[in-house]
Write a protein that binds this ligand. Structure first.
Ligand SMILES: Nc1ncnc2c1ncn2[C@@H]1O[C@H](COP(=O)(O)OP(=O)(O)O)[C@@H](O)[C@H]1O
Ligand SMILES: [Mg+2]
Length: 342
């Protein structure tokens, strides 16, 4: 329980207290829930404890993967000790699948898998309703971050996205989108801050697409507590699994020097896009027709590229290959590519 001292800040979900150490704060996670910019208010029984615990586990997970965060330790069910930072008033949002405000803004159907993950910035300002920002707004109107900082935040955020997607998929959960906050500590280090919980993530069950996050509260879908507990259960078991040795004894022999210990056979098929002129294909089509194969149409000539990659998961291998296609193997402006991975 919070002590009698007054919080230095009481937000929509947490109370922030000072400690004996001026560089360290105590974040108390409450059960209170808000949505639609605090127009809808309620309580999700047990949420504070679940969110504090999930945050602690996920901060530890990203720290292990080289991302610097404000997290120090969990000191009780509902409380984390964190490094004091000056929060940059940006909501840094990553999207893998269309949902929420993206659908509303663009008229896209919920569930569309986005071509690549999208990072966007909103102004963390409840009075203004957290408006979407452009880089120019951030740099030249608000003056809250420069290009270098935004590039760094984008890079760290995309890295965190890969870590989360990989971790959650292993536990049968799709990471649809999430919101991060960053801040600078007294030495000027940029740290991932705030919380990592189902309040700030959209999680869907990988098999059923059942919503396991705050959308259950926003949309009155019922069993909100159950969904939060389910995420905690899967995060805990995922962390336990990832702590187990990952390889068999023979694999350990062969690959002691690298963590990327699974091999994948990759086949990439590259073809000209539907409406792109393909003179070679047209010539072959004409030749076939003149040989008497009159029913031939829509012939395209492309290429097939095969190779092997090592990565610690199929998801990571796939995202690497996708990157290779975008950068080199295909020309995404005029060519489509299909990745087969075994
Ligand atoms: N390490 C930190 N140092 C200072 N402030 C932080 C830190 N981590 C999170 N905060 C801030 O604590 C506040 C309380 O959290 P929350 O209740 O979620 O507030 P909000 O209503 O602003 O979302 C947030 O404004 C958040 O930016
Ligand atoms: Mg918040």
């Amino acid at each position: 329980m919070p002590t009698a001292t007054k919080p230095i800040y009481s937000g929509k979900a947490k109370d922030i207290f000072e400690t004996d150490d001026s560089d360290v704060l105590r974040a108390y996670f409450r059960d209170s829930a808000t949505a639609f910019n605090a127009q809808k208010k309620g309580e999700i029984h047990g949420k504070g404890k679940v969110n504090a615990t999930i945050s602690a586990l996920l901060f530890t997970l990203v720290e292990k993967n080289g991302i610097k965060t404000h997290f120090i330790k969990q000191i009780s069910d509902n409380e984390l000790l964190v490094k004091r930072v000056q929060i940059i008033p940006l909501e840094v949002i990553v999207r893998n699948i269309a949902a929420g405000s993206l659908c509303k803004r663009l008229g896209i159907k919920e569930g569309k898998v986005l071509k690549t993950p999208i990072v966007e910035f909103s102004y963390k300002n409840d009075e203004l309703g957290d408006p979407l920002l452009t880089r120019a707004y951030i740099k030249n109107a608000l003056e809250i971050a420069d290009d270098k900082t935004l590039d760094y935040i984008t890079e760290v955020t995309l890295k965190a996205n890969e870590i989360f997607k990989d971790f959650f998929l292993k536990n049968e959960i799709k990471v649809v989108d999430f919101k991060l906050e960053y801040g600078t500590d007294k030495d000027g280090n940029l740290l991932l801050a705030d919380e990592l919980s189902p309040d700030n993530f959209r999680f869907w069950d990988a098999k059923t697409n059942e919503k396991l996050d705050k959308d259950r509260f926003r949309q009155d879908l019922g069993n909100v507590e159950g969904a939060y507990q389910e995420i905690l259960k899967r995060v805990k078991s995922g962390i336990q699994d990832s702590a187990k040795p990952q390889h068999t004894s023979t694999q350990a022999h062969q690959h002691t020097s690298t963590s990327a210990h699974k091999h994948f056979n990759i086949k990439v098929q590259v073809l000209p896009k539907k409406d792109i002129l393909d003179p070679q294909g047209q010539a072959v089509e004409k030749a076939l027709i003149s040989l008497g194969y009159k029913d031939v149409r829509d012939l395209k000539i492309g290429k097939e590229i095969v190779f092997k990659v090592s990565a610690d998961s199929e998801l990571k291998a796939k995202s690497q290959v996708k990157e290779m296609c975008e950068k080199l193997l295909a020309n995404p402006v005029i060519e489509d590519y299909l990745i087969e991975i075994k």
